[in-house]
Design a protein around this ligand. Structure first.
Ligand SMILES: Nc1nc2c(ncn2[C@@H]2O[C@H](COP(=O)(O)OP(=O)(O)OP(=O)(O)O)[C@@H](O)[C@H]2O)c(=O)[nH]1
Ligand SMILES: [Mg+2]
Length: 298
C-alpha cells in the first residue's frame, strides 16, 4: 500500500474515567473489560482500528493513581510506559469532575513529553453544559492540549470526531498489524479477563482486588466446542469461601456469566470450569505478572 499511515494512541487517565469503554467503542468489540469499580484494567490492552489508509493502534492502560502495593505500582508503570511509546496521548477526564489534585500531576507529567496530547472529556451524557464549559476553559488554560473533545464512550456521542482527528494526524508509516486484526490480546488472557470482569461485578468491596484469574487449560473438542479450565486465585481462605458461596452458588453464577460472554466472543460453545485456590502471595509472584503482561518491579 502506498502512503499508508500508522499511529499509536495511548488512552490514559485516572481510574474509572472510561478508557476501556472507549477502547471497546472505537474498535467495535469488547476486548477490554469494564466495570463500575476503579482499577479494573491491570495491563495494557491493544485495540486496532483501520480508516482508509490509516491504522490507529489504541492502547488502553490501567488508571493512573498513587500506587501503594506492588501490583498497583506495576499497573501504573505499565500505563506510563504505554504513554511513552505512543505518538499521541488521549487524556480522558471524567467530565463530571473538576481539575483537581489527581489531574494536575497527570497534566504536569504529560507536559514533560514531546508527543501531542488531546483531552477527551468523557461521560458527557451525565454532565450539565455549564459545567462542561467551565472545565473546557480550565483545560484550555493549561496550554497543553492540541484539541479538547467532549464524548460519551457509553453512547458513542462525539467519538467519531475524535477518531477522525486522530486519523488526520497519523504519521506516514507501515501498518503494524494485519488489516482485519482488532487486538493482540491472546485468547487465553482474554478469557481470563472476562472471568475477572464477572468477579468484579459479582463480588463486593475489596475482594475482586485480591483475586487473579489464570486460564490453565484450553482444550479443543471434536464437536467444535472448547473446554476452558481457569483458576481463581485468592489470598485468604475466607475469600475462597465467599467466591465459592453457599453451596457453590456464587462460583456457579460467576461461571455462567463468564461462559455466556465467552460463547459470544468466541462464537462457539464453551464448557468453562472454574477452580478456586488460595495463594496468599500471588501478587508477589513474578510469574503471575508475566502471564498478564506486566513487569515485576522490585
Ligand atoms: N454514563 C457513562 N458511563 C460511562 C461512560 N464511559 C464509561 N462509563 C462507565 O464508567 C465505568 C468505568 O468504565 P471503564 O471503561 O471500566 O473505566 P476505565 O477508565 O477503563 O477504568 P480502570 O480500568 O479502572 O482505570 C463503567 O461503569 C462504565 O460503564 C460514559 O460515557 N457515560
Ligand atoms: Mg479500564
Amino acid at each position: 500500500m502506498t502512503d499508508s499511515r500508522c499511529m499509536f494512541v495511548a488512552l490514559v487517565g485516572q481510574p474509572n474515567v472510561g478508557k476501556s469503554t472507549l477502547l471497546n467503542r472505537v474498535v467495535g468489540s469488547k476486548i477490554s473489560i469494564v466495570t463500575p469499580k476503579v482499577q479494573t484494567t491491570r495491563t495494557r490492552v491493544v485495540g486496532i482500528l483501520v480508516r482508509n489508509e490509516v491504522q490507529i493502534i489504541f492502547v488502553d492502560t490501567p488508571g493512573i493513581f498513587e500506587p501503594k502495593q506492588r501490583l498497583q505500582r506495576a499497573m501504573v508503570d505499565a500505563a506510563w510506559s504505554s504513554a511513552r511509546d505512543a505518538d499521541c496521548v488521549v487524556l480522558l477526564i471524567d467530565a463530571n469532575t473538576a481539575l483537581n489534585d489527581h489531574t494536575y500531576p497527570l497534566i504536569a507529567t504529560l507536559r514533560k513529553r514531546k508527543f501531542s496530547v488531546i483531552a477527551a472529556l468523557n461521560k458527557i451524557d451525565l454532565t450539565k453544559p455549564s459545567h462542561l464549559l467551565r472545565l473546557t476553559a480550565d483545560l484550555d488554560k493549561e496550554s497543553l492540549f492540541t484539541d479538547i473533545f467532549m464524548i460519551s464512550a457509553l453512547t458513542g456521542d462525539g467519538v467519531e470526531d475524535l477518531v477522525t482527528k486522530l486519523a488526520e494526524i497519523a504519521p506516514v508509516g507501515p501498518w503494524l498489524y494485519p488489516k482485519d486484526q482488532v487486538s493482540d490480546i491472546p485468547l487465553r488472557l482474554l478469557a481470563a479477563e472476562i472471568t475477572r470482569e464477572k468477579c468484579f461485578l459479582q463480588l463486593q468491596n475489596e475482594l475482586p482486588y485480591s483475586a487473579a484469574i489464570e486460564t490453565e487449560q484450553w482444550t479443543e473438542r471434536k464437536d467444535g466446542a472448547v473446554r476452558i479450565d481457569q483458576t481463581i486465585y485468592v489470598q485468604r481462605k475466607s475469600q475462597k469461601m465467599i467466591v465459592v458461596g453457599k453451596n457453590g452458588t456464587r462460583i456457579k453464577s460467576i461461571g455462567s456469566a463468564a461462559r455466556s460472554e465467552l460463547e459470544t466472543v468466541l462464537e462457539r460453545r464453551v464448557h468453562l470450569f472454574l477452580h478456586v485456590k488460595v495463594r496468599h502471595d500471588w501478587s508477589e509472584r513474578p510469574e503471575h505478572y508475566r502471564t498478564i503482561g506486566l513487569d515485576f518491579l522490585a
